[in-house]
Write a protein that binds this ligand. Structure first.
Ligand SMILES: Cc1cc2nc3c(=O)[nH]c(=O)nc-3n(C[C@H](O)[C@H](O)[C@H](O)COP(=O)(O)OP(=O)(O)OC[C@H]3O[C@@H](n4cnc5c(N)ncnc54)[C@H](O)[C@@H]3O)c2cc1C
Length: 391
């Protein structure tokens, strides 16, 4: 069945959600707490998701994936977060794969996709952000220069998450100098870099310790040789290829935020019913009830936008505005729910064993990555409302 024909109507979403929950139940808070302390990667969790086929949800069946819809993929990511687990360890595979699927040659797809679907190859790293350009992606400085049947890569990326736990890196670099292109978005190209061959021969990976356990890194390229056959699509068109995958990224991350919000709301509700202060459950006080109810309403509203964006995406319709709004509203809903949950728990919210402080730190990321809130607002202001360009 073609991807566009997939719809929630012919998938058993309840069954998918139940299976994800059952898998996640094997990775309780204690598992995540131990990893968090050590800043260690959840290798067993990612392996279990891969073996169950969940990370290959969006890979078509002809390449060994499950060929599910965006709605189903979003449900998988949501359930992971709602179970208290952290999909940030592996969510990139779901959306970076799309660039290869949509713009790769038949030979590239046949070579890489089945191995990604089976878990033999991990495509978890996506190198876009650079230290000097930040949100201004078109200003990136990493270069790729053609030399015979190779490209020679030089430059630096920052915040390349999971690079140490990925076999492949989807990399964007400049192949034509900015001064030599008419449109700012021209002259960038996308490569699939085989990290197994690259390490020690032109690429160094430096981990960055962050406020949460995220396995993010800095990458340095020093005359890294990448075979020309690893160029995805046409040289110079890479920015368009990356953009085409961003709606999927926004929708899936928004779904993760909905899952986080559900986890915080369930955790706060449970605690508010059980915690007795002044001789009654704290949840009997409207001052405690109302923030929980408000967080619930906010989450449900954001959930509708995530559903709307996924529905447009899977029938191949333009969904830039909806995907961006879904990410904005869902990230706000998860952050509001996180704050509410911490407050509901009083002092205990700060104790590691309740998992609230860990999830609080984890969900905060989505105000900034993969795109920061201001940049979404700017997109809506300029591209939806027609306000003058600010940059
Ligand atoms: C833990 C983590 C993991 C990440 N993983 C990846 C990854 O795997 N791959 C990858 O490529 N990147 C990754 N990123 C990078 C992430 O996408 C960027 O941090 C994000 O896009 C913001 O860019 P920046 O940090 O350079 O902030 P800057 O661009 O320096 O912006 C700083 C602040 O200024 C605001 N700002 C900037 N310009 C404007 C403007 N014109 N108008 C209004 N406000 C503006 C921004 O909204 C932001 O709040 C990750 C980041 C983190 C923290």
């Amino acid at each position: 069945m073609a991807q566009a024909e997939r719809s929630p109507a012919n998938e058993d979403l309840a069954q998918i959600r139940e299976s994800v929950r059952a898998l996640c139940a094997k990775f309780p808070g204690e598992y995540w707490r131990d990893l968090d302390r050590e800043r260690a990667y959840p290798t067993e969790f990612v392996a279990a998701l891969t073996q169950a086929g969940f990370l290959a949800a969006l890979i078509p069946e002809e390449y060994g994936g499950s060929g599910l819809s965006m709605t189903a993929a979003a449900a998988i990511m949501e359930e992971i977060q709602a179970s208290g687990c952290n999909g940030a360890a592996c969510h990139a595979q779901m959306y970076t794969m799309g660039t290869l699927l949509r713009h790769g040659s038949a030979a590239q797809k046949a070579r890489w996709l089945p191995a990604i679907a089976s878990g033999e190859l991990r495509l978890q790293a996506f190198g876009v952000t650079e230290p000097t350009s930040g949100s201004d992606t078109l200003n990136l400085r990493t270069t790729a220069v053609r030399e015979g049947d190779h490209y020679i890569i030089n430059g630096q990326k920052i915040w390349t998450s999971r690079a140490e736990h990925s076999d492949l890196l989807l990399l964007i670099a400049r192949t034509t100098p900015r001064e030599a292109v008419t449109r700012r978005s021209d002259g960038l190209s996308v490569f699939l870099v085989d990290m197994r061959l690259a390490q020690g021969t032109g690429i160094s990976i430096i981990p960055i310790r962050t406020m949460m356990n995220h396995a993010t890194t800095e990458l340095f390229f020093d005359d890294l040789r990448v075979p020309a056959e690893n160029l995805i699509g046409e040289e110079g068109q890479g920015f368009r290829y990356i953009l085409s995958g961003m709606n999927a990224e926004r929708i899936l991350i928004a779904a993760e935020c909905i899952g986080d919000a559900k986890w915080f709301i369930a955790k706060a509700t449970g605690y508010a019913k059980e915690r007795i202060v002044f001789g009654r459950p704290i949840g009997q006080n409207q001052g405690v009830q109302f923030p929980i109810a408000r967080a619930y309403a906010q989450m449900r509203a954001a959930e509708l936008m995530v559903g709307a964006a996924a529905a447009l995406y899977e029938v191949g319709r333009e969904c830039g505005a909806e995907a961006n709004m879904a990410k904005l509203l869902a990230a706000d809903a998860s952050w509001a729910a996180a704050d509410m949950c911490l407050q509901t728990h009083g002092g205990f919210g700060f104790a590691e064993e309740f998992d609230v402080e860990r999830k609080f730190r984890e969900t905060r990321l989505y105000q900034t990555a993969p795109i920061s809130t201001n940049l979404i607002l700017s997109y809506l202001a300029e591209h939806v409302l027609g306000l003058p360009r600010s940059y």
